[in-house]
Structure formats: structure tokens, C-alpha cells
Design a protein around this ligand. Structure first.
Ligand SMILES: [Zn+2]
Length: 672
């Protein structure tokens, strides 16, 4: 057995080992970090202590060095150690009351480290042993990093992968509402902090308490921060900690302005995905935490992002490659000391395996016909030709000249976005066209497009008039539904627990109908689920045998939620941003997961979804190279934002297209 592990339950014990005698509650194996009952140094009555180390003397007799709550140490023969019993079956005076136990205490968790304090500085600041014994080396390193910046009064970014337990390392906090209560829970678990939550109707009263300095940690949301910026600025904060700091990615966005306007020298950002779409985002987040570190935006683009992105092309010249690598090294040097990032490889030995698989789904004939009809509309032709030279020979592009709008006055840009949405819907499920769209502005336009498209399919229109929207879960309308049915049947036989993610709540409605009709006991979590309710759903899902599927909205999706009960993650539809999908996967693939995790991404063949997925790969490749300083494989010809290098990924011609025969684009690119 490895040091640091707890003894296995009696059923799994080495059969040759002597059986423990039940009446004395004695154990055979003890390990550093465990709690035990030992005679007290004052009166020899049993009291609780923790084992610091175990030694064997020259006669082969084993001793434990135990640490009492008053930090006294004593060497005690192992045979005198007794197991800690739960409070209820123990005489009161033998054990501390629950309230006296020093936090944190997880009866079921093993201690990765021994019970000694961790020194952060020479002046005596330290992480107490009660906390330190639960920390892993990389977490101590993280705490040291944050502490170092904190005492010097400056900001930094902790950019660890999700699921490494960043939450453990923190103090004063701005977080998305969806994880606000997780923070509160964690703070209550790890120590005795006076925490206040600034959110909702109680925020005014709480703000008064904060002003009276009646709390040590204030938790708030981005939204509340915006509303109460002036009041919060009238207080002196020693540090601000921003969870999901990649939200500060757009220099022009309101959230960035607000975060920059908050007065505080020590700005700490937490993010697993500092670069989601492009390198400008990385600049923006870093510039908030450590203003000026990476220079101005234009300087950064010229010196860093342009050379790096061009050097990542699959067909980059030797010179471009070299320039790119040089820029990357310079960037890494600039950021080192201010940006700390560790990846899951650190805890690989503590995590089970993860298998990530693409599931290519063919469109049904009906879907193909609808998809093709959309592509053949006049509007799409207008979009596709928009960058051609104008017919009037003005030398300008059509979209800047005589073809700015269609006959209804709708601009090419509006049409582009609406038709893209329509294609995404059809690629997932034709029935989605019958449902209301997300934005009001697009709704009318999309409805018109649908009416126009469906005039070619009168049968379908009649049927959807007769049937409620949800009953359209007939696989005929969605190739993915066909595949999903088979997958779920397989999972049921296998007793798998499934998290099923979709970007669209309408689609979740369809899937929910399907679960009901199939008699599956399911749970559902989306944007309308209240914070408290979320935690309850997760607990039920993880602990109940009968609940084998949970439908989750990718967007509202359980940020911060711990779905370790699940061993299969199905992503029904890809999003443009890889961080969304990664966050979904990380709900299940994280510390605490015991089973191997299977990730299945459903992608409709030949459609815009392949491009969406490939752009995710492009962005991740960039992330890898910039943040992870690894040499990622260069798959693509394209460069984001470069007109000369649209390649296979960018530009409208790649989006408005149905590849109906032959090979699979994704496979062609990724598996060469
Ligand atoms: Zn013209």
C-alpha cells in the first residue's frame, strides 16, 4: 500500500493480517495524517490527536509521533492508538464536541500530506496544519504564489486547469452567481471566516455590515459589483479575487471597465481558460491584473499575437515558424512570475482515464433537404457573393455598394448571423426551427426564413400544427436523435450515469420528452434552476442509483458543480468556444471521480458543426502553444482574422455549405 493512503475497509484487508479485535476498536495499520485517540499527556484519559509520523525502534516495535491539539508532540506505541469513533457512540468527555474540531475535517477523505503547518514567510505566516494536511504540493505552490504577490501589493493570474481545486487557495471574491454559494460552502468548510454575500435584495443590509467592518470576506457577483461600484469603492479592500477571470476578455466590454474601475492594488484572477478565442483576450485579462505588463494592445498585437498566430499555420515558412517561436518565448518570459498555470497532468495519477470521442451523425434525408433549401435561398446567395466586386463596376465589394441589403432592407451582416443560427438548428433537429429564437430581433427574420423553407415541405407544417412541439422528438427530424437513442440504450445496459449537455433549452425540452416517454428517471439543470436547487440536484444525481441521466444546459451549465457520479458525458451540440465544452466535461472529470470517463461529442456530418468543432481545435491549439508553451501539432492552414489565410476554417464559404458526399472534413484534417 502507498504511504498516505487510508487502510482499506476490513473486507478488502490482507487476509493474512490479524483480525482487529472489535471490542477495543483497534486498527492494525496507521498512517501519518490520520486522527486517532491516544492517552492525554496530562491525565492519561483518551483524547484526540493526529499522527505526524510513524517510526520503528531497534527492537522492531512501532511508535507513532502524535500531535495533540495544543501542538504538543509525544511518542506512543502503535498498540495504544485507538480509532476515532463518531461522536454519538462515544462518551462525551473522551472527544471534542463537533464545534471544537478544528476545521476542516473530512471523515471520508484521505490526507495527501502530513499534519504540519506550511510556512509561507519568515515572519510566521503559515497555512495551519489542519488545512495543510489536505493540500497537495501544487496547491501549496499556488498558495505561496498568491501570498507572495499579496504581500508585495500586486496582482497576478492563477491559470490552472479546471478541476484542480483552485477554490481552496482564496480570500475576497467576485464570482458568477452560479458558483457564489459554492464559494460560501467552501469557505465554511475550510475555516471560520466571517463571510457575507452581497447579492439580491439583502445586499443593501449586507453592504452596511461590510462598511461596519463586520466581515472578513465579501462574496459578490459581477452584476452586483457593477450596480454597487461606487459604494464598494468607498471601502478599502486588501485584495480582490475574481473567479472566472476570462470574463474580463474584451477591452471594450462593460464588465472590463467595471473591473478596472474597482479600486484595489492586489487583483487576483482565477481562470482555467485565459485564452478562449484569440490572444487579445489574454492581453485584456493580464492587463487588468497587472496593468502595463504586456504593453499596449497594438504593441502586443505586433510583437506577440501576429507572429505567434502566423507561426502556427500548418504551411508556415521556416522564417514564420522561427519568428513565432521567438515571440512565444518572449511572451512566456514576460508573463512568468505573474501567471501560474498547472494542468491536469499533475494529478493524472489520481484521476481515472478519459476517452474523448467524436460521434459523426449523418443528417436524415429530411434534414438534408431542409438544409439544402436554406442554402439555396436568395438571401444566402446574397451573403455568399457579398465580397465579390460589384456589378456596377465601381470597384467596390457588393456588400459596400449596390447589394448592402436584401429587398426587405435586411443587412448582409444580420442575414449572415440569422442564417447561421438557422443552419445550426437544422443540423441539430429540424423541430428547433418551429421554436422561438433567443433574440427578439432575430425572431421575426428567422420565422420568415422558416416559413419560406417550409413552404417546400407542407407535410411537415401540417404535422407540427397537429402535434405539440415536443412530440416531434421523432428521429426522422434529427440524425442525432437516432444516434442518441442507441447510445442511451447502451448506457442503460451498462449502468452508466450520463450527463447530457445541450446549448439549446428547446432541445433539452425535446430530450426531456424523450426521457419521459422512455421511462427514464432524469434530472434537469438549466439557467432557470435556482442556485440552492442546483446543489440538491447534483447530490441526488451523484447518490441515487435510479437517476441515471441529467440534462444540463451548456451555457447555464453547472459551472463549479461536482457531477462526479457521472461516467459518461454527451455533448449534443458543439459551441464556438471550446471553453464551454471543456467546462461541461470537467463537471464529471475532476478530483473525486473514481470511474473512467467517456466523452462523446455528437457532430452532424458535412454541416456547419464540423467547422465549429474544428475552430475549437484551432483555438485550443493556440491556447496550448501560448499558455502551455507546448509544441502543439499544426493542423490548419487558416489564421483567424487574416484575409489572406482563411483556409479551411474561416470565411463564409466554409460555413454556408453542405458537404454531402465523400470524406469527412474533420477526419481529413485531424487524422492525417
Ligand atoms: Zn455597385
Amino acid at each position: 500500500m502507498q504511504p498516505g493512503c487510508r487502510a482499506p475497509p476490513p473486507g478488502q484487508m490482507d487476509p493474512s493480517a490479524p483480525k482487529p479485535r472489535a471490542e477495543t476498536a483497534r486498527k492494525d495499520r496507521w498512517h501519518p495524517g490520520e486522527r486517532c485517540l491516544v492517552p492525554s499527556p496530562d491525565n492519561e484519559k483518551l483524547c484526540e490527536a493526529s499522527i505526524k509520523s510513524i517510526t520503528v525502534d531497534e527492537n522492531g516495535k512501532s511508535f507513532a509521533i502524535v500531535l495533540y491539539s495544543d501542538l504538543q508532540e509525544r511518542k506512543i506505541p502503535l498498540t495504544r492508538l485507538q480509532e476515532v469513533k463518531s461522536v454519538k457512540d462515544c462518551p462525551r468527555n473522551f472527544i471534542f464536541d463537533d464545534e471544537d474540531l478544528e476545521k476542516p475535517y473530512f471523515p471520508d477523505r484521505k490526507f495527501p500530506s502530513s499534519a504540519v503547518a506550511f510556512k509561507l514567510s519568515e515572519d510566521g505566516d503559515s497555512i495551519p496544519y489542519t488545512i495543510n494536511r489536505y493540500l497537495r504540493d501544487y496547491q501549496r505552490e499556488g498558495a505561496q504564489f498568491l501570498y507572495g504577490h499579496y504581500i508585495q501589493g500586486r496582482g497576478c493570474i492563477l491559470g490552472d486547469d479546471m478541476g484542480l481545486g483552485k477554490t481552496v487557495q482564496m480570500f475576497l471574491i467576485v464570482a458568477p452567481l452560479s458558483v457564489l454559494y459554492n464559494w460560501k460552502d467552501e469557505l465554511d468548510t475550510w475555516g471560520y471566516f466571517r463571510v457575507t454575500v452581497l447579492h439580491g435584495n439583502k445586499k443593501d443590509n449586507e453592504l452596511i455590515r461590510v462598511k461596519q467592518r463586520k466581515c472578513e470576506i465579501a462574496l459578490t457577483t459581477y452584476e452586483t459589483l457593477r450596480l454597487c461600484l461606487d459604494e464598494l469603492n468607498s471601502l478599502e479592500w486588501s485584495a480582490v479575487i475574481v473567479d472566472e477571470a476570462h470574463r474580463i476578455k474584451n477591452p471594450k466590454a462593460r464588465v472590463t471597465e467595471v473591473m478596472k474601475a474597482l479600486k484595489c492594488n492586489v487583483r487576483v484572477g482565477l481562470t482555467g481558460t485565459i485564452l478562449q478565442n484569440n490572444m487579445k483576450e489574454l492581453w485584456c485579462v493580464m492587463d487588468w491584473a497587472v496593468p502595463g505588463l504586456l504593453g499596449s494592445r497594438t504593441h502586443f498585437k505586433k510583437q506577440f499575437s501576429d507572429p505567434v498566430e502566423h507561426g502556427q499555420r500548418h504551411t508556415a515558412t521556416k522564417r514564420e515558424l522561427a519568428t513565432g517561436r521567438k515571440a512565444m518565448r518572449r511572451l512566456a518570459k514576460k508573463m512568468s512570475g505573474w501567471f501560474l498555470r498547472r494542468t491536469k497532468t499533475l494529478i493524472k495519477d489520481q484521476l481515472p482515464k478519459k476517452e474523448d470521442r467524436m460521434v459523426y451523425c449523418s443528417l436524415t434525408d429530411f434534414q438534408k433537404a431542409v438544409y439544402q433549401t436554406v442554402l439555396e435561398t436568395e438571401d444566402v446567395t446574397l451573403i455568399l457573393q457579398s465580397s465579390h466586386p460589384c456589378t456596377c463596376n465601381s470597384g467596390r465589394k457588393r456588400r459596400n455598394c449596390c447589394y448592402k441589403t436584401n429587398s426587405r432592407g435586411e443587412t448582409v451582416k444580420t442575414l449572415y448571423l440569422s442564417y447561421l443560427t438557422v443552419l445550426q438548428k437544422v443540423a441539430n433537429h429540424v423541430a428547433l426551427l418551429q421554436s422561438a429564437s433567443t433574440s427578439k430581433q432575430q425572431e421575426t427574420l428567422i420565422k420568415r426564413i422558416c416559413d419560406q423553407v417550409f413552404s417546400r415541405f407542407p407535410d411537415f407544417v401540417q404535422k407540427s400544427k397537429d402535434a405539440a412541439f415536443e412530440t416531434l422528438s421523432d428521429p426522422k427530424y434529427s440524425g442525432k436523435m437516432k444516434v442518441l437513442q442507441q447510445l442511451l440504450n447502451h448506457c442503460r445496459k451498462n449502468r452508466d450515469k450520463v450527463l447530457l449537455f445541450s446549448f439549446s433549452t428547446k432541445l433539452l425540452d425535446v430530450l426531456q420528452q424523450y426521457c419521459m416517454a422512455s421511462g427514464l428517471d432524469y434530472r434537469r439543470l438549466d439557467g432557470s434552476t435556482k442556485s440552492e436547487e442546483r446543489i440538491k440536484i447534483v447530490k441526488e444525481f451523484n447518490s441515487t442509483q435510479d437517476v441515471n441521466i441529467c440534462l444540463v444546459s451548456t451555457m447555464a451549465g453547472g459551472l463549479g458543480l461536482n457531477f462526479v457520479g457521472a461516467n459518461v458525458v454527451i455533448l449534443f451540440d458543439p459551441t464556438w468556444n471550446p471553453a464551454n465544452d471543456l467546462q461541461a466535461i470537467d463537471r464529471a472529470y475532476r478530483i473525486g471521480q473514481c470511474r473512467d470517463v467517456k466523452v462523446l461529442r455528437l457532430i452532424s456530418l458535412g454541416t456547419v458543426e464540423e467547422i465549429m468543432y474544428l475552430r475549437q481545435v484551432y483555438k485550443q491549439q493556440l491556447h496550448c502553444v501560448v499558455v502551455g508553451s507546448e509544441n502543439a501539432k499544426r493542423y490548419f492552414e487558416a489564421v483567424q482574422g487574416s484575409k489572406e489565410h482563411r483556409g479551411e476554417l474561416f470565411g463564409i464559404h466554409n460555413l454556408f455549405k453542405l458537404r454531402s458526399q465523400g470524406s469527412c472534413l474533420t477526419r481529413d484534417i485531424l487524422e492525417v
